[in-house]
Design a protein around this ligand. Structure first.
Ligand code: ZN
Length: 271
């Protein structure tokens, strides 16, 4: 089983602290890791980066920054500072990319949120440039437009990229969030053409979905055409990792060694 282009997000095996996760992933022959910031709490970040590299795990990205919109100027300024912290952490870790879940506030007009997102990214870009860290806007499924992101389609993410027009700003494309989009193929092609296809996340959409956040499926358990989407991103020039990002109360309560083995098997069969 070739897992050299498979990357696992630390949140996927949330019960494992990063020290355990890195040993398990490396022993399984997994090529990449995306680190969630909470996995770094209380750690020496540079040392974690060294430990990952010592295990031949490529650090694909740091999750996550974003959450720029806020009803108050103080809240927006604090969000910008938090994103600067995330960019510094990525540089310390050796992650080339920070994934942005851009944010939304219930009752706050979406158009206003989108403007604050573009302004927020523009405000942190000088630091991203200085530290050479890319920023990947992850469009989120519209069911999260109330409180997690006002950027809900690839077209909307590309509009922010057009406005900022900067080589360090692109997209993180997550199958879970965009699989339903009638413009999926065209938008993936456009994103590739503009050299903005920074990351590709996979999992599956369950029917029924019983929890809006923590009921994602393992690849093959749901209805997303992952092989089709992989073909689209590769046709658009993407050569990066296939990142498994699963939030699942069901899988988190299972034996994590068994889950990791199932991830590798599902990746081989369905991706
Ligand atoms: Zn994702």
């Amino acid at each position: 089983m070739d897992s050299s282009r498979l990357c696992v997000h630390t949140i996927t095996t949330k019960p494992w602290p990063i020290e355990v996760a890195m040993d398990k992933y490396a022993a399984a022959g997994i090529g990449g890791i995306t680190v969630w910031r909470q996995a770094l709490e209380g750690r020496n970040i540079a040392k974690v980066g060294d430990d990952l590299r010592a295990r031949n795990l490529e650090i694909v990205s740091l999750c996550r920054g974003g959450f720029f919109p806020n009803k108050t100027p103080e809240g927006r300024a604090e969000a910008i500072e938090e994103n600067r912290r995330a960019i510094r952490e990525a540089a310390e870790l050796g992650a080339p990319l920070v994934v942005l879940v851009c944010g939304a506030v219930p009752g706050h007009p979406l158009a206003e949120s989108r403007k604050q997102i573009a302004d927020g990214i523009a405000a942190v870009l000088p630091l991203a440039e200085e530290l050479n860290v890319r920023l990947g806007i992850e469009p989120l499924h519209p069911m999260y437009a109330d409180d997690r992101s006002a950027i809900n389609t690839m077209a909307s993410a590309n509009a922010v990229c057009d406005e900022l027009d900067h080589p360090l700003v692109g997209l993180a494309v997550d199958a879970y969030h965009v699989w339903w989009d009638p413009d999926l193929a065209a938008q993936i092609a456009l994103t590739g053409e503009k050299n903005r296809l920074f990351a590709f996340h996979v999992c599956d959409w369950l029917t029924p979905t019983t929890d809006l956040l923590n009921d994602r499926g393992l690849m093959g358990e749901g209805c997303i055409d992952l092989k089709g989407m992989r073909a689209l991103v590769e046709a658009a020039g993407f050569t990066g990792y296939h990142e498994v990002e699963i939030f699942s109360n069901r899988w988190w309560s299972a034996d994590q060694d068994e889950f990791l083995a199932r991830i590798q098997q599902a990746y081989a069969e369905h991706c």
